[in-house]
Design a protein around this ligand. Sequence first.
Ligand code: GLN
Length: 227
Amino acid sequence: MKFAVLVFPGSNCDIDMYHAIKDELGEEVEYVWHTATDLSDFDGILVPGGFSYGDYLRCGAMANQSNIMAEVKKAAEAGKPVLGVCNGFQILTEAGLLPGALLRNKNLKFMCRTVQLKVENNNTLFTNQYEQGQTINIPIAHGEGNYYCDEETLQALKDNNQIVFTYSGENPNGSLADIAGIINERGNVLGMMPHPERAVDALVGGADGLAVFKSIVKQWRENHVNN
Ligand SMILES: NC(=O)CC[C@H](N)C(=O)O
């Protein structure tokens, strides 16, 4: 399976994402600069965290104007897996690929620590390697992680099982319904504020994030038995 890791000016989790795929899973992966205009060669798209364009205007707002985003939309429409983490999640909401928005954390502070998440839906291509209801430890590092959407959207997210991860115990940023990660209705675009790519090796504090990447590859292999 071949992954693209998008890189914007100010991305800072692209290397961790690349490491997770290349060194932990042994799959193919390439960095793709934001000016690129073709993602057709890739099977999965990873939109990493960071401070694209210095978070000016709103986190992710300017990255969404990049050339590459038209290609990300095409990939999503083609049913390819698209994962946005942290700034990547913010970019995917700006692009309209996921509903809602990420507001400033309720305490108005940048928060950087490991939190507990609950796997609310393990029946997705991003979470099939977790148990339903499993509690996992994943780092957060954000200033605008406070998920918000209108009531109608929240109801739709609940009705369609689109809430994939919630904060368990403590809600660090004020997110509506403790939401930490959501998926689109079709099930191929996931956005999450916590960083699974920073939790792929017990040597650096835990490997609970690895299953996100393993899930994507497992599902893809099942759908492409000859690859
Ligand atoms: N680690 C990140 O991706 C941070 C995202 C964004 N810059 C924020 O502070 O909310």
